[in-house]
Design a protein around this ligand. Structure first.
Ligand SMILES: CSCCC(=O)C(=O)COP(=O)(O)O
Ligand SMILES: [Mg+2]
Length: 243
């Protein structure tokens, strides 16, 4: 089947897991003490909330974590340490990373084969690329806006999905939502022409259950795949053969 749509996961698929775990997450946690120290506790909303996206976001954490700076800090750090895909955390990370990308501290090491596939695939008529990541849409746009040695790749991306717009990545319903968003509600859904690419077997399984094609991407440093994964899924190590 010729694919008309490619949907890429980010971490472990278009860039190394180490960029997220060893660069983005530590950058975020490193900023947290200074960020939290700017506010009075217990944290409450005030008339200026509309002008302060960070306070606005912090106020969405559970009420009982807003009682003191230490409680909130510890809640946020625990979520990061356990890599919990929590929408408020992901939204806060997007806001904090913006500063890092803008001042040049952060640049996204997108794999060369991913850059080549995304740019060449979208040169063909009626072929589109989308992104689906647990990172917020704002964070996705920042990452593709600051690709190492390339710069801004957002013009190649037709749309972005995250856990607030599509749902959790291991759930089949999330991929059904994405298909509806891409093709509309018409009867002519062409789900087999959509290929989802991710390092996470559970995500690929959910995408396939929704009718998409799905390949598991094996990159250096990714979680090891089992013999059963290798029997049951198409595994690829590079996008070179897809260009
Ligand atoms: C948008 S880059 C940050 C990625 C992130 O926060 C994350 O949790 C990675 O999730 P993914 O779904 O891209 O594996
Ligand atoms: Mg991933």
């Amino acid at each position: 089947m010729n694919h008309k749509v490619l949907i890429f996961d980010i971490e472990g698929t278009v860039c190394p897991i180490t960029f997220v775990k060893d660069v983005l997450f530590p950058y975020f946690t490193g900023q947290i003490p200074q960020i939290l120290s700017a506010y009075k506790y217990p944290l409450t909303g005030n008339v200026d909330t509309d002008h302060d996206p960070i306070l606005d976001t912090l106020l969405k954490f559970p009420q009982d974590t807003l009682t003191s700076q230490e409680t909130l800090r510890s809640h946020i750090l625990q979520l990061v340490a356990a890599d919990i895909k929590e929408p408020v955390l992901k939204s806060l990370q997007g806001i904090v990373w913006k500063k890092g990308y803008q001042c040049g501290d952060l640049k996204a090491p997108v794999y060369a084969d991913a850059i080549e596939l995304i740019t060449k695939f979208t040169q063909q008529p009626n072929q589109k690329v989308y992104i689906y990541s647990s990172g917020s849409i704002a964070a996705q746009k920042l990452l593709f806006g600051h690709v190492e040695d390339v710069g801004d790749m957002n013009q190649f991306i037709s749309g972005y999905f995250d856990i607030t717009t599509a749902g959790f990545k291991t759930e089949t319903s999330s991929y059904t939502t994405i298909l509806k968003e891409i093709f509309g509600d018409g009867e002519e859904e062409e789900e087999e022409s959509v290929l989802f690419l991710s390092d996470n077997v559970k995500e690929v399984k959910a995408a396939k259950e929704a009718g998409m094609e799905g390949y598991v991407v094996e990159r250096p440093g990714n979680a090891p795949l089992t013999d059963s994964d290798r029997r049951n899924f198409t595994i690829i190590n590079t996008f070179e053969d897809m260009v």
